[in-house]
Design a protein around this ligand. Structure first.
Ligand code: DAT
Ligand code: MG
Length: 151
């Protein structure tokens, strides 16, 4: 089982609505390991870099304004298949298309208030982790449950 890392961010609506605990719990209970976490007010600069692939989209400015209201919770989660499984835990981009049981499916209604970000590939996860975190902000630790989560 190949262990990888994923960048997950609770957006300002998730923070304001008091969903941080339940969101973190969904990754924790699945067996993933939290190796980085911080609250911050993101600058427009970092958000424009983070979402640079969407710079030409008509919703780009609204998207950056929404998340730059802050604060956000930026996290790095580690474990097998965390990028793909993270997308499954989060749901579809539009909360109305997201299955009940996913974060967006359970807690959201609009694409412009979809609560959480998760990287869409291993390459973008690595890019986003490097954008949001310094190396010394990632904590390598041994979870005592590891041998009861992994065979
Ligand atoms: P995701 O967050 O599911 O990876 P994305 O990377 O395509 O989705 O887009 C990033 C964010 O941009 C998304 O979470 C919400 C916003 N967004 C995407 N498509 C949109 C649309 N059609 N209208 C408004 N906002 C949109
Ligand atoms: Mg995306």
């Amino acid at each position: 089982a190949l262990t990888i890392e994923n960048f997950i961010m609770i957006k300002p609506d998730g923070v304001q609505r008091g969903l941080c605990g339940v969101i973190i719990k969904r990754f924790e209970r699945k067996g993933y390991k939290l190796i980085g976490l911080k609250m911050l007010n993101p600058t427009e600069e970092i958000l424009k870099e983070h979402y640079k692939d969407l710079a030409d989209k008509p919703f780009f400015k609204k998207l950056v304004n929404y998340i730059s209201q802050g604060p956000v919770i930026a996290m790095v989660w580690e474990g097998v298949d965390i990028v793909k499984q993270g997308r499954r835990i989060i749901g579809e981009t539009n909360p109305l298309d997201s299955a009940v049981g996913t974060i967006r499916g359970d807690f959201g209604l609009e694409v412009g208030r979809n609560i959480i970000h998760g990287s869409d590939s291993v390459a973008s996860a690595n890019r986003e982790i490097n954008l949001w975190f310094k190396a010394d902000e990632l904590i390598q630790w041994k979870n005592h449950s590891t041998e009861w989560i992994y065979e």
